[in-house]
Structures are given as structure tokens and as C-alpha cells.
Design a protein around this ligand. Structure first.
Ligand code: TTP
Ligand code: MG
Length: 442
């Protein structure tokens, strides 16, 4: 079949989709480098159980420098320590150039960084599917095009992806690899193709030739067992798979065989669907320079409250908890929330509660970032279709003020259990509570 006739994602005659797959590079290690910049360029291992006497545990991730020593995710920590000793424990004969920095997993902090990244992603795309803490698909078909940019042979889509990447690097300080392709499975392979700090663009007409040399293990849906079976049929690459006889594949793997064949040929008609119904709606804003000016802080909280209340209203969401987040430099996260006796849709209340929470404890505090959140959501319309056309989380967000960067908003779709609201807060009263968890501010 001629390459050009291969569609991107759509079975109809619509334009080829533009899907971005964003995956952060050595994410936990990158987060550790945010608070310890001296770890930049050093081998860093994030995991559990490396302290003397602890004995077991696993590697969560390793920086690319540590990977050179054979350290990798999910490895027993003892193996990692054999391959890359801890720099702190080096004896007089130890070689510091062959030793690494070990850090303990701090998920709360990584979620905070991930929330900053995801706020940018929501700002850049109307449709975002969050897959894990450090990974998401964006459908940006409506935001850019496969056309070539005026200046040369690059596509507009490539420029758009570069913009997303640069925003993450500039505003959050961590590196992402991005794959751009007309469908999800190709975008995912593309994001992994040139890690770290990769940007790989596969245009609609290039999907099949891009996939051809890729090992079958990397085709979406092929696990180790399937890969072994394919290997015994002489099928090692996606190109081999694309050229294989579909009926042979179907005989061996059933309907999945046909699907894998399609994927290898560049077909994947899945659309990027946003993840779940939000558990909370939040918006946060970082100051360019930390400030203790109560006037500035109140102005930001007022704007954030209005935005969050407006988004809740436009989605038909009522809320029972109103909260703020106050980030004190460098990364000390404080959340406070007030529970109401019943669900409301009341923008003025969001503002007054958020300001009360700010004034009560943070009037003089120097802050780096502020956030407002409503949670314990209930939806008048239980129909999932009301979630269609989620607005861009960042829509209208840049008009609050121009003296800060990193505005972002997010819909928390995680399955956290809520914020511990007392079962009965009393008619019309509010109960204040501190929160140590920031999950809800995700
Ligand atoms: P990944 O995206 O798989 O890995 P990564 O971001 O560390 O590295 P890469 O540059 O290859 O993308 O996973 C994201 C985070 O999830 C990772 O930083 C740590 C965590 N994780 C674990 O805790 N255990 C694991 O086995 C894996 C694979 C990841
Ligand atoms: Mg990653």
C-alpha cells in the first residue's frame, strides 16, 4: 500500500489528528534536582532501602548518568548499590566518579511538580489525557496544523510541541520528551525515541516508515510473551509485523492479532479522551518573585477564586469544601480548607472563604505560589456527557495580572478519598482544618 494513503487516526475524511505524548525525563530524579541543583549532571538514584541496615527496596528511577552504570527502574536497590555505590559511603579507595547520590522517594513533592507540569499541559490543549504522574496525551488538532511553517521544512505542529516543551522547562524547570504524531500509539513511541530531552515528529505520511525498524516489543499492546511468539514467527520489528499475513496473526492471536497488525501499519483510531470526572477544581498562580504583600496576595486569591467558581459553575459542579494552597519558598506546601454543611454554587462564598483562610494564617507569610480549590464536588447533571468539551483549564488565566508566571489550573481526577471533612459540619457553619496532603490540589 502506498505510504501516502495511510490515514493518521481518522477513518473519515477529516484532517489528520495531531497528538502529543508528553513524558518527563527521569521524573523523580529531575524533581530531586529542582531542590538540589547541585545534583545536575550527577548520577542520581531515587528509591527506597539504601540506608545501611535497610537492605531491601527498589529503584524508582535513575538519572541518565546513573543509567550508564546499569541502574534502572524496578531494580533491587542492592543491585543498584553494587553497580553504583553511594557517594556518602565511599571508603578511602572509592572512586567518586563511579559513585552516585541516593535519595528517598518523596511522592508528595513529585505530585506538586507534576501538578505544575499538568497545569501547563491543560493550558496548551483542550483535551488532555493524564496517564500517570509524569505522562499525558494531548489532542491539539484544533490548536495547530500539520502544514509547514512559513520559514522552512518544519511543521507548525513541531513548533507547537517545542513551545510546550520550553514552557515546561522554563516554568517548572524539568525536562520533557515529546512525541508528535497523528495517533496515540505512534506519539508514544515517538516520545520515547530520542530521550532524554527529545522532540520527535512523525508526520501523517511517515508513520509506517517511522515504525518499520521499531522492535515489536514497543508496539502498543505487545508484551514480552507476545513478542516471543512473534519472534518465533520471524517477526522482530513493527515493519515485519506490518508485512505479516493478517490471517496468520489472527490464527495465532485472535482478534488482537489483527489489531496489532493495524497498529504496526500505522492505524490507531483511538481518540484522546480526557481522564475521568474531576474530584476537585483548582487554579494556582506563582509569583515571579516571592512576596509578603498582603494586598498582592489577596488580589491573586480573589482572581483565582473567581476563576475556580466560574469553572465549577460552567461544569454544573457544586462544592462542599473550599480551600487554599500556600507555597512558601522553596517548596513548603500548606493547604487549608473549610467545609460547608451542604453543596453550594456560590462565587462570593468561594472568595470570602479563601480570603479568610489566607488572612487567618498567612497574612505576613512570604509566598511563592497561591492556589484556590473547590472540592467534594457534586454534579447536578449526572450525565457524563456534560464533561464533553472541557474548557482549557488555563482559559482566560493570563489576565489576572502580569507580574507572575506559571499560572495554571487543573481538574483533579485522582481517586483520593477527599480531605477529611467532618461528617457533620453543622448547619450553616464552617469548620476549618489543616491538610497535610496536597493530592487534592493536583
Ligand atoms: P517513567 O516515565 O517510566 O520513568 P522516568 O520518568 O523516571 O524516566 P524516563 O526518562 O525513561 O521517562 O516513570 C515515571 C516515574 O515513575 C519515575 O520517575 C519513577 C516512577 N516509577 C517507579 O516508581 N517505579 C517504576 O518501576 C517505574 C518504571 C517508574
Ligand atoms: Mg518519564
Amino acid at each position: 500500500m502506498a505510504e501516502e494513503t495511510l490515514p493518521g487516526t481518522t477513518a473519515d475524511d477529516g484532517p489528520d489528528s495531531i497528538v502529543l505524548h508528553v513524558d518527563m525525563d527521569c521524573f523523580y530524579a529531575a524533581c530531586e534536582r529542582l531542590r538540589e541543583p547541585e545534583l545536575e549532571g550527577e548520577p542520581v538514584v531515587v528509591g527506597m532501602g539504601y540506608e545501611p541496615g535497610e537492605g531491601h527496596g527498589a529503584v524508582a528511577t535513575a538519572s541518565y548518568e546513573a543509567r550508564e552504570f546499569g541502574v534502572e527502574s524496578a531494580q533491587p536497590i542492592s543491585t543498584a548499590l553494587e553497580r553504583l555505590p553511594r557517594i556518602e559511603g565511599l571508603g578511602p579507595d572509592g572512586d567518586p566518579a563511579a559513585a552516585g547520590h541516593y535519595r528517598t522517594v518523596d511522592l508528595e513533592f513529585y505530585k506538586e511538580v507534576a501538578a505544575d507540569v499538568k497545569a501547563i499541559l491543560h493550558d496548551c490543549a483542550d483535551v488532555v489525557r493524564e496517564v500517570s504522574i509524569d505522562e499525558a496525551y494531548l489532542d491539539v488538532t484544533d490548536r495547530t496544523a500539520w502544514d509547514l511553517a512559513a520559514s522552512g521544512d518544519r511543521t507548525l505542529a513541531e513548533g507547537f510541541a517545542r513551545y510546550v516543551k520550553q514552557r515546561i522547562a522554563r516554568e517548572v524547570g524539568v525536562a520533557a520528551s515529546i512525541g508528535v504524531a497523528p495517533n496515540m500509539s505512534t506519539a508514544k513511541i515517538a516520545s520515547d525515541f530520542d530521550k532524554p530531552d527529545g522532540l520527535v515528529v512523525v508526520r501523517p505520511g511517515e508513520v509506517r516508515s517511522f515504525l518499520a525498524p521499531i522492535p515489536v516489543e514497543e508496539v502498543h499492546g505487545v508484551g514480552p510473551v507476545t513478542a516471543r511468539k512473534l519472534g518465533s514467527l520471524g517477526i522482530e520489528t513493527a515493519g515485519d509485523l506490518a508485512e505479516a499475513d493478517a490471517s496468520v496473526l489472527e490464527a495465532e492471536f485472535g482478534s488482537r492479532g489483527r489489531e496489532l497488525h493495524e497498529r504496526a501499519r500505522g492505524y490507531d483510531d483511538r481518540t484522546v479522551t480526557p481522564t475521568g470526572r474531576p474530584k476537585s477544581l483548582s487554579r494556582e498562580s506563582a509569583f515571579t518573585e516571592p512576596t509578603d504583600d498582603i494586598g498582592d496576595k489577596r488580589e491573586v486569591v480573589r482572581a483565582l477564586a473567581a476563576d475556580v467558581a466560574d469553572r465549577a459553575n460552567s461544569r454544573g459542579a457544586m462544592y462542599r469544601t473550599i480551600g487554599i494552597k500556600v507555597v512558601v519558598p522553596p517548596f513548603d506546601i500548606n493547604t487549608r480548607a473549610t467545609s460547608l454543611s451542604g453543596p453550594v454554587d456560590d462565587p462570593e462564598l468561594v472568595e470570602s472563604v479563601a480570603l479568610d483562610l489566607l488572612d487567618a494564617e498567612f497574612e505576613e507569610t512570604t509566598v511563592r505560589k497561591l492556589g484556590v480549590r473547590v472540592s467534594k464536588l457534586s454534579f447536578a447533571d449526572a450525565d457524563q456527557s456534560s464533561l464533553d468539551g472541557w474548557e482549557s483549564a488555563g482559559a482566560g488565566g493570563d489576565d489576572i495580572s502580569d507580574d507572575r508566571v506559571g499560572d495554571g489550573a487543573s481538574d483533579d481526577t485522582s481517586d483520593d478519598a477527599g480531605d477529611g471533612e467532618p461528617p457533620n459540619a453543622g448547619g450553616g457553619t464552617r469548620s476549618h482544618e489543616g491538610q497535610s496532603s496536597l493530592v487534592e490540589f493536583d
